[in-house]
Design a protein. Structure first.
Length: 310
């Protein structure tokens, strides 16, 4: 019979103001995290595959471990911030994780998070996955607006919430270990689409006597004004009614696309950033949804429901 007795946890007084912790990874983000915790008075043990990067933190008060195993053995709370999921597996291969609280801040996919959670649990650790919504200069700056999505063990998150909140804000999004990465990538995907539109806008004015610096505030304010539309999209999706609250219907939007394409042609600008989305709009219109908003495009993208890639 398999022994299901819970692995013993390493003693630690709950809510200790200066919880000791280990950080695996001293790249740009890992270094920023270490410095934030050190500045707040937390004893930090750090390891990096390239020792020189970790050694640079020794002068700031960090304890440098020679190996990942040594670093993990030093503290119950272990933060991992490496290049990718494969790097996490390689660094922790053969390392005893029994009784550890493993918080993985390495960028990955939802499947990576779920698989790594099962892997860690099988090795006697509690697991929390994270998605960092910040760049290194924002870490440790309480006014930067940066935060980290966390998902996985709610008990781990609750116990270490104060410590995790030192480098950046915290947002727990559920027990499913894949949810942190999913939230992270969904927001980054929206950002990518926005930057595509920004690139196209600047390309349109590039050859004219319009200073990009003068145009930028107009672009920023317009995007800011349009951003609240996401709330209507969410409401339409939840209602299952894409005609709810429509201001400019799909038929009108598709008709207007012709002007955008013609202007790009006149300005000598490629339309390759616009046409994929416009093509989806035209497909939804052709299926008889002209009086709706453009929210139906979400259905076309959903491969599992017979969408664009099905």
């Amino acid at each position: 019979m398999t022994d299901k007795t819970p692995a013993p946890r390493i003693p630690l007084t709950p809510h200790t103001p200066h919880t000791p912790l280990t950080v695996l990874g001293a790249g740009a983000m890992g270094t920023a995290l270490v410095r934030a915790w050190l500045a707040a008075g937390h004893p930090v043990t750090v390891w990096n595959r390239t020792p020189a990067r970790a050694e640079a933190l020794a002068a700031e008060g960090a304890t440098v471990a020679r190996t990942a195993a040594e670093a993990v053995s030093a503290n119950r709370l272990v933060i991992v911030c490496l290049l990718d999921d494969a790097s996490v597996g390689a660094a922790l291969d053969g390392v005893d994780l029994t009784g550890r609280d493993l918080v993985n801040l390495t960028t990955g996919t939802p499947a990576d998070g779920r698989t790594r959670a099962a892997w860690a649990t099988a090795r006697g650790a509690r697991f929390l996955d994270g998605g960092i919504m910040a760049v290194p200069p924002m870490i440790g700056d309480t006014d930067s607006g940066g935060y980290v999505f966390y998902s996985g063990s709610s008990a781990l998150f609750t116990e270490h919430r104060d410590t995790l909140a030192v480098p950046a804000g915290t947002r727990y999004v559920g027990e499913d270990p894949g949810f942190a990465a999913l939230h992270d990538v969904a927001l980054l995907s929206a950002m990518t689409g926005m930057f595509a539109g920004v690139s196209h806008a600047f390309a349109l004015i590039r050859r004219e006597d319009i200073a990009p610096g003068d145009f930028a505030p107009l672009l920023a304010s317009w995007l800011t004004a349009m951003a609240p539309a996401v709330h209507l999209t969410a409401e339409q999706l939840e209602r299952g009614d894409y005609s709810h609250g429509v201001v400019s219907n799909l038929a009108m939007q598709v008709a207007g696309n012709a002007t955008l394409l013609r202007t790009a042609e006149e300005q000598g600008v490629s339309t390759e950033l616009l046409t994929p989305y416009m093509g989806l709009m035209e497909r939804w219109l052709a299926e008889g949804h002209g009086e709706e908003d453009g929210t139906g495009v979400v259905e076309l993208l959903d491969v599992g429901r017979g969408g664009a890639g099905a």
